[in-house]
Write a protein that binds this ligand. Structure first.
Ligand SMILES: [Zn+2]
Length: 107
């Protein structure tokens, strides 16, 4: 399990041994949702200038496997000042919210 925050609640870079782990920046957000449980999935990408993409049935750089997803999720794309890119996934599944983090290369 990757620890997401330190004792001061700073978001941490998930790259093992990162010396700049506390110095992170949110780059954009991907919202992935369905209006109904069996409805089609729609993605929207929001950059930090609040520019919103048109709805799309997929997102080219989605690092997560959604095969077990039942409903909605939010993906936060971020970087650290050590040059690492990573993504945090908040996923709704049967009334619970799961959190998953991946580093670029999406591992
Ligand atoms: Zn890092």
């Amino acid at each position: 399990m990757v620890r997401l925050t330190n004792a001061e609640d700073y978001l941490l870079c998930p790259e093992p041994g990162c010396v700049m782990a506390e110095w992170t920046h949110i780059g954009s957000v991907i919202v992935r949702g369905r209006p109904s449980e069996d409805g089609p999935v729609t993605y929207r990408h929001v950059d930090m200038g609040a520019k919103v993409s048109p709805p799309s049935p997929d997102w080219h750089d989605d690092p997560f496997d959604h095969t077990s997803d039942r409903r909605d999720s939010v993906i936060i794309m971020a970087t650290c000042e050590g040059g690492h890119e990573f993504a945090i996934h908040l996923r709704q599944n049967r009334g619970q919210t799961e959190v998953e983090t991946k580093a670029k290369g999406w591992r």
